[in-house]
Ligand binder design. Sequence first.
Ligand SMILES: C[S@@+](CC[C@H](N)C(=O)[O-])C[C@H]1O[C@@H](n2cnc3c(N)ncnc32)[C@H](O)[C@@H]1O
Length: 205
Amino acid sequence: MLNSNGFDLWVDGYDKSVGLSDEDGTYPFAGYKAILNEIYTRILSSNCKKVMDIGFGTGALTAKLYEQGLEIYGQDFSGKMIEIAQAKMPNAHLFQGDFAYGLADPLLYQKYDAIIATYSLHHLTDNQKVCFINDLTERLNDGGTIYIGDVAFTSRAELQKCKDKAGDDCDEDEVYFVFNELKSSFPTMQFEPISYCAGILSLQG
Ligand SMILES: C[S@@+](CC[C@H](N)C(=O)[O-])C[C@H]1O[C@@H](n2cnc3c(N)ncnc32)[C@H](O)[C@@H]1O
């Protein structure tokens, strides 16, 4: 599993390597741009004003929302990712912190119209995901939505199929979403597959 130093080192090639995997339609980023575009469109069309991004990276999604005038908050543990994202969004409220230990203090005392996490929460175990997503629901304004775009599958059998196909390229340190297992903790959660290995999980407050 990459720690914050690992992401600091990956930062220069990040957008390029993600783009290549998406264009080739290969694990893990097949469907990446479609997922970000879909979340972007839904947030803009639902009249959200205040958005929190968990593990915003280079700000690929939030910088586009920022350009549309939305108020952006976020947390990431990589100092280099924060530097890049902050340069794209000078007035965004970006904080450093490991979400395995929850939200950074300044993010805890407010509520958001939308909370997004793209390709970041697979760094948590399944139990940690449930606890953290529960905490996130407490931070939603009425009518707000959590959007998780990530490597995700309807069932564990589909996850296994993808792992078999990826072979040695499969990152065994990452813990991918299995929707029909998460559903028992979040009965109203929805899952829309976007590629054979990724999709959007959404949960309304
Ligand atoms: C694969 S990148 C995704 C970036 C962006 N959301 C995107 O869709 O392009 C994962 C991001 O999550 C951050 N991250 C991973 N684990 C984290 C943790 N435990 N706490 C805080 N940030 C974390 C990394 O630093 C990185 O910026």
